[in-house]
Design a protein around this ligand. Structure first.
Ligand SMILES: [Zn+2]
Length: 157
């Protein structure tokens, strides 16, 4: 079992719980933060590696409600549109990643309709037929979550 965070960051020298961060930098792979800490009681210094908190990505529905961004939903919508078309799963993955990047880069939650537009734009470049399919289903439903529901109904159990 992993030690509790409070135990992990307390002073290694005297067990004092109160340590101060004096330096903080991302580790090379970006998955953790390397922190240099200093004990308030005895002045001992040590280094911790702490996990980067994942910021949950959110999107905004037309109603104004927010919901978590689920890359799998986007992928499901794209996969249905490209079914039987000359679009590789690598291309689909790249498209999903670029949508996710756009969601992450936005300072406010993107509207689900903007995400649909992004997918449509990407599909138009890859395969116009897939783009038309995506547009015809998507226009009816507006929301990607509805698209996902339609996709699961069409593809069966
Ligand atoms: Zn100490």
């Amino acid at each position: 079992m992993r030690p509790a965070y409070a135990d992990y960051v307390k002073c290694r020298q005297c067990d004092a719980p109160d340590t101060r961060v004096i330096d903080s930098r991302n580790s090379e792979n970006g998955a953790s933060i390397r922190r240099r800490r200093s004990c308030a009681a005895c002045g001992a210094r040590f280094t911790t590696f702490e996990r980067v908190e994942e910021v949950p990505l959110e999107v905004r529905k037309r109603s104004g409600d927010r919901e978590p961004f689920v890359a799998g939903k986007v992928r499901g919508g794209i996969e249905l549109a490209v079914k039987g078309r000359p679009v590789t799963s690598e291309q689909v993955t790249r498209m999903v990643t670029s949508v996710e990047d756009a969601v992450r880069a936005s300072s406010t939650p993107l509207e689900t309709s903007s995400i649909g537009e992004l997918v449509l734009t990407g599909l138009k470049v890859l395969d116009p037929v897939s783009a038309m399919r995506f547009a015809s289903v998507y226009k009816h439903f507006e929301e990607l979550s509805d698209f996902e529901r339609a996709a699961s109904e069409l593809s069966g159990p």
